[in-house]
Write a protein that binds this ligand. Structure first.
Ligand code: HAM
Length: 430
């Protein structure tokens, strides 16, 4: 019996991984432009980290965590998201003491949630996220959103929209919570058992319920923006002001609540409007989490960030018909005829590689025709054939496969001048 990958996970094979590398490079470049530095935290953490931050009434904590007891009887959890681990590390490593504040961090790595698998939803997925911790300036909220939008735009996505909302400060949220309880409690029997529990513990989570989504009481529920106090409303106004300065278009959606408990003030999601992306349209989500650093034992340090799945970014690109250009290809395929030629091929390939020219050859003792086929299949730019004549004269013909043009050169000339030769060949073709 063969063994398959676990449900909700997938292998990334050559052909696909090149696209991932291109996206990862784009992410690194963009973070460098915005001055966010990379942080890497462990794949698993103490379970309590997530119950305390993400919130024990959330779907993530209640239903989706991969939690296990290790041999030392500790409860550990494969990270379902990146914010709590980053904040833990910020506190543990006293990053709040760094001279440069806010501390601007980014991460890419696998996250784990036991969710029902569908296009764009996996049990292991890769999240790219950023966290800016240590500032409550609304311009940093706008910067974080701008960074996410920049990554999508640079990747080539056109049909995306930014949706924002304000969840307000503690006082505003408390007022909203009271109103929500009053709204739902007379009819709570019509709701699922999860929602019945949520009414007591955290009525905001009812708005997030996947089971009772269609219940008419959802649409008429009290809206957060109507409960914002003056300070919270002013903060939201400034965030919008900075988005305007940055020329970033947005939609305000008073129903946007987000599925994690640590948020306050700014909440946002970036949605795909492209056709064919399926039921899931959220590409990225984030928001402000003033208070989380303190909840996890640090000093007062307000933060904001977002997370985006790389899988969904690639799906959205595909749905928009975008292709990746400039993916790395093979520069030279070296064909060898006979034993002596094989020896030369081994050293020639090695010299090319040492000079940063990607090179490949045959390792299966195949006939020349089959070797040429490999060159095609590998999408090589050039090929050379080494036989007795070439060994004798020291000259080989370098063939540009896009148009079949050939030029006679010495082995050394190819190794030393490859970049010029290649750009000339491309120019001639254009
Ligand atoms: P989240 O909304 O739970 O927020 O997830 C953010 C993004 O992760 C989603 O928009 C989606 O792109 C991706 N994602 C989540 N679950 C899955 C899944 N099962 N399969 C594929 N992709 C998925 C957070 O995780 C917060 N930590 C974001 C944040 C950072 N807020 C502040 N800082």
């Amino acid at each position: 019996m063969s063994i398959n990958v676990p449900r909700g996970t997938k292998d990334l094979l050559p052909g696909e991984t090149e696209k991932w590398q291109a996206v990862e490079e784009l992410i690194r470049d963009t973070c460098r432009l915005f001055q966010y530095k990379e942080i890497r935290t462990p794949i698993f953490e103490h379970t309590e980290l997530f119950t305390r931050s993400v919130g024990d009434t959330t779907d993530i904590v209640q239903k989706e965590m991969y939690t296990f007891t290790d041999r030392g009887d500790r409860s550990l959890t494969l990270r379902p998201e990146g914010t709590a681990p980053v904040v833990r590390s910020f506190v543990e490593n006293k990053l709040f003491g760094l001279p440069n504040q806010p501390v601007k961090l980014y991460y890419t790595g696998p996250m784990f949630r036991y969710e029902r698998q569908q296009a764009g939803r996996y049990r292991q997925f890769v999240q790219f996220g950023v966290e800016a911790i240590g500032s409550q300036d609304p311009s940093i909220d706008a910067e974080v959103m701008a960074l996410a939008m920049t990554v999508y735009q640079k990747a080539g996505l056109k049909q995306i929209k930014l949706v924002i909302n304000s969840l307000g400060d503690t006082e505003s949220r408390q007022a909203h919570r009271v109103a929500l309880s009053a709204h739902f409690s007379p009819h709570i029997q019509e709701f699922c058992s999860d929602c019945q529990n949520r009414l007591e513990k955290n009525p905001l989570r009812i708005l997030d319920c996947k089971v009772d989504r269609e219940n008419p009481l959802m649409a008429t529920a009290p809206k957060l923006p109507d409960y914002l106090n003056e300070e919270s409303a002013a903060y939201f106004g400034k965030v919008k002001h900075y988005l305007d300065i940055l020329n970033i278009k947005y939609e305000v959606d008073p129903n946007l609540v987000r599925g994690l408990d640590y948020y306050n003030h700014t909440a946002f999601e970036i949605m795909s409007e492209g056709e064919g992306f399926g039921a899931i349209t959220t590409l990225a989500g984030g928001g402000r989490y003033n208070g989380l650093v303190e909840d996890l034992g640090g000093p007062e340090s307000p933060g904001i960030g977002f997370g985006m799945s790389i899988e969904r970014l690639l799906l959205a690109l595909e749905a928009e018909g975008q292709t990746f250009e400039n993916l790395p290809t093979l520069d030279v395929y070296v064909v060898a005829m006979g034993e002596a030629a094989k020896d030369k091929a081994v050293s020639f390939v090695s010299q090319l590689r040492q000079n940063n020219v990607s090179a490949e050859m045959d390792y299966l003792d195949r006939k020349v025709k089959a070797q040429m086929k490999s060159a095609d299949r590998l999408n090589a730019k050039f090929s050379v054939v080494i036989g007795d004549n070439e060994l004798e004269s020291g000259k080989i013909s370098l063939k540009y496969l896009a148009n079949g043009n050939q030029q006679q050169l010495t082995f050394e000339e190819i190794v030393e001048n490859f970049t010029e030769i290649a750009s000339k060949a491309t120019e001639e073709l254009a």
